[in-house]
Design a protein around this ligand. Sequence first.
Ligand SMILES: Cc1cc2nc3c(=O)[nH]c(=O)nc-3n(C[C@H](O)[C@H](O)[C@H](O)COP(=O)(O)O)c2cc1C
Length: 315
Amino acid sequence: MRSRICELLNIEYPVIQGGMAWVANANLSANVSEAGGIGFIGAANAPAEWVREQIHIARQITDKPIGVNIMLLSDYADDIAKVVIEEKVDAVTTGAGNPAKYMKAWKEAGIKVIPVVASVALAKIMERAGADAVVAEGMESGGHIGELTTMALVPQVVSAVNIPVIAAGGIADGRGMAAAFMLGAEGVQMGTAFIVAKESTVSREYKERVIKAKDIDSTITGSSLGHPIRSLRNTMTREYQRLEKEGVEFETLERMTLGSLRRAVVEGDVKNGTVMAGQISGLVNEERTCKEIITEVVSEAEDVIRKRAEEWLRR
Ligand SMILES: Cc1cc2nc3c(=O)[nH]c(=O)nc-3n(C[C@H](O)[C@H](O)[C@H](O)COP(=O)(O)O)c2cc1C
């Protein structure tokens, strides 16, 4: 499954662990990199010095390429943009906006820049701004989402840009990876599948919820505010959706979700916290090491493609 993404990032397998607020710390990300993919530390709303510390921890675990995911709406985005240069990280993915103002400095520092996009228009803008690749993320994903599905978004982005495209959203096994490559993607980014990795330090309760989740267990909150988030159904999502329907004001809803991801990830409160996870949770049924997740996804993808090709050629 080698592709331009492997060359670009100097990695063995085109498998990326998506930046995940509170979930993707140094331990998870470095172990993904050590296993031959590339892990992105989720900077989310954390201060720049936390990010620097995580980079240092990651470097003690692996000498392979590592990345940082920067949420551009963060109050600390400017500082984190500098930290990734000072610490010479290999790659940056960005979410929630346009990283154009950092692009020149990052490129001069040799950092590969990979914005996450949910539309063709943004993918084109990013290519023009100098992005090395884009992650096309469908609304099957856990966390903040756009409107298009991976199936519809990926081929349209692939047709619109010349830089390599990484598919994200709803991929957790080799069949998903093979399908993404058939759509023209040259890499896959997974989030939900890595939440339950053995090296993931999320609470036991969070892991168990994802492992036990069925196909229809995720839901979307925040659409009425223009910030849709996918997470697993619980007391929190039900109450949130009830208030959303009643048209309760923005501030009340915001207050409800303040710190709610942390409550689920760190404290294990999966009833009143936000258990961000994607539609593919129903397929994520066991805890495996990062190495097992990556090598099994890649070898299954290769098998699926080879077997299908052989079947068709025999006809
Ligand atoms: C718990 C969780 C937190 C996430 N946080 C972020 C984030 O901070 N920044 C970001 O760009 N994407 C974030 N994402 C999206 C992932 O990076 C990834 O693109 C997505 O999970 C892929 O879809 P999947 O969940 O179907 O594998 C998050 C996803 C999850 C499940």
